[in-house]
Design a protein around this ligand. Structure first.
Ligand SMILES: Cc1cc2nc3c(=O)[nH]c(=O)nc-3n(C[C@H](O)[C@H](O)[C@H](O)COP(=O)(O)OP(=O)(O)OC[C@H]3O[C@@H](n4cnc5c(N)ncnc54)[C@H](O)[C@@H]3O)c2cc1C
Length: 414
């Protein structure tokens, strides 16, 4: 018996605890925010709920044990993410973006750097935010393109014992912090050399907040994730100690590439979660609604087949995403490819399946009286963010496939 998808008793307990918490607490995000007019008002209204997420220990549960958390790996993370995202995409993304913001520190920070910056995120109190400031106005798909192509435009220059950072960032989760002075920790991807080749020009520098020189220019009003914060920020003469650079100047490209591998697997899980939420609603609707006909609509073959197709697609994404998470946990050489497939297939399947389920429910799916419209609004970002499927993720797969050392069997024999 070489393959086993059975969860351990601990994992089953973790999943049930996450489901229970999400249903009791995260279900309150919509009612607390939907009526509010501006992105900043909606974001601020999530803070008390996020504080309960922290107080209940969910950040500690996903941060890995080696840096002081209780997380046991990506499969466990996936179980929590599915339960949380199925109920709410906003506060859940705020939580998961903290792990993205801390990933450069966890992956490339020295023990002293980890010790200096991680403590805030292990405490079960407050509303700590970390952010990964990668994306910029004008596009980031070609982030490692050499000058004079645009790539990353934010710069950091040494002035004595300090880095001086100048530039702008856009779309970065939680980058404004709760009050516009920045998150507790901002990992800034920047150019520390204008003439070095791409693999030596980029760096990641830690900016603890609040910091002088960081301003929020706009709070983007998103189509989905309506209560999550993705602002445009400016960094003007932001000064941090020389020692805040991770793994030295020029390590940025590898840090960025590594940071966006586990997130790809997670986006597959997010996609699964939103399909599940849509499927559960549509199935219940089909079993209980006659729409003035003689029988519940599930008795119509077209409806039953559509639901069956949706369930099959959803389950196929589950096992693709779990496979990617397991490959990451076991250090498989195929982990990066598996994660990319989970992201691309998962995200595009979710958009199709949720739309198909809206056709099952019919016109009532088109108002916010029921959850499908918001589920679609949230899920539409999955092919677009975390590296768009066209500009970033398929290009990464293309590069892998074209490499002479590519082993097509690694994902199925590894
Ligand atoms: C809710 C939300 C949260 C986010 N959180 C964060 C965060 O925490 N941190 C962060 O840094 N970013 C974040 N983002 C931004 C996100 O990760 C984007 O995926 C990222 O900015 C890249 O966008 P893009 O792929 O569309 O690139 P762009 O550079 O904007 O490219 C746009 C399009 O141009 C085309 N294109 C460009 N270059 C090429 C090429 N070489 N080959 C082929 N086609 C090309 C493609 O069609 C591509 O889709 C977030 C976004 C959202 C909506």
């Amino acid at each position: 018996m070489a393959i086993d998808f059975t969860l351990t008793p601990e994992q089953q307990d973790l999943r049930l605890a996450a489901r229970d918490f999400a249903r009791k607490l995260l279900s309150g995000v919509g009612p607390a925010t939907r009526h509010l007019a501006t992105p900043q008002e909606r974001w601020e209204a999530t803070k008390p709920i996020y504080e309960q997420v922290i107080a209940d220990g969910w950040l500690r549960r996903i941060l890995p044990a080696p840096i002081g958390g209780e997380g046991k790996g990506m499969v466990d993370f996936a179980l929590i993410a599915e339960e949380f995202i199925a109920v709410d995409a906003n506060v859940s993304l705020t939580l998961f973006a903290v792990t993205l913001g801390l990933t450069p520190l966890m992956a490339a920070g020295s023990p002293a750097q980890v010790q200096e910056h991680i403590g805030r995120f292990l405490e079960p109190s407050g509303a700590p935010l970390a952010a990964f400031a990668f994306s910029e106005p004008g596009g980031s798909a070609n982030y490692d393109a050499p000058a004079p192509a645009e790539g990353i435009r934010t710069t950091a220059v040494l002035d004595g014992d300090e880095w001086v950072i100048d530039g702008a960032k856009k779309w970065v989760s939680s980058a404004g912090g709760w009050d516009g002075t920045g998150p507790d920790l901002l990992a800034v991807v920047c150019r520390t050399s204008t003439d070095a080749p791409p693999d030596a020009a980029l760096s990641v520098i830690l900016v603890p907040g609040p910091v002088a020189g960081l301003t929020v220019d706009t709070s983007l009003d998103l189509m989905g994730h309506r209560a999550h914060q993705t602002p445009t920020i400016s960094l003007r003469g932001v000064r941090v100690p020389k020692g805040n650079i991770l793994a030295g100047p020029g390590a940025g490209r590898d840090i960025v590439a590594g940071s966006f591998v586990p997130t790809a697997a997670l986006v597959g899980v997010f996609a699964l979660a939103k399909m599940r939420a849509a499927f559960e609603f549509a199935l219940d609707f089909a079993k209980n609604e006659r729409r003035a006909g003689a029988v519940p609509i599930i008795e119509h073959q077209a409806v039953g087949y559509a639901l069956a197709d949706a369930k099959g697609a959803m389950e196929s994404v589950r096992y693709l995403a779990w496979k990617a998470c397991h490959a990451l946990d076991t250090g498989s050489p195929a982990a990066a490819e598996a994660a990319l497939h989970a992201k691309i297939v998962g995200s595009e399947t979710a958009v199709r399946v949720i739309t198909d389920l809206m056709r099952v429910v019919g016109i009532d799916s088109y108002s916010h009286e029921n959850p499908l419209a918001e589920i679609l609004q949230d899920a539409l970002v999955y092919p677009l963010f975390d590296g768009g499927n066209l500009g970033v993720r398929r290009r990464q797969l293309h590069t892998m496939l074209a490499d002479p050392s590519y082993d097509p069997a690694a994902t199925y024999l590894g």
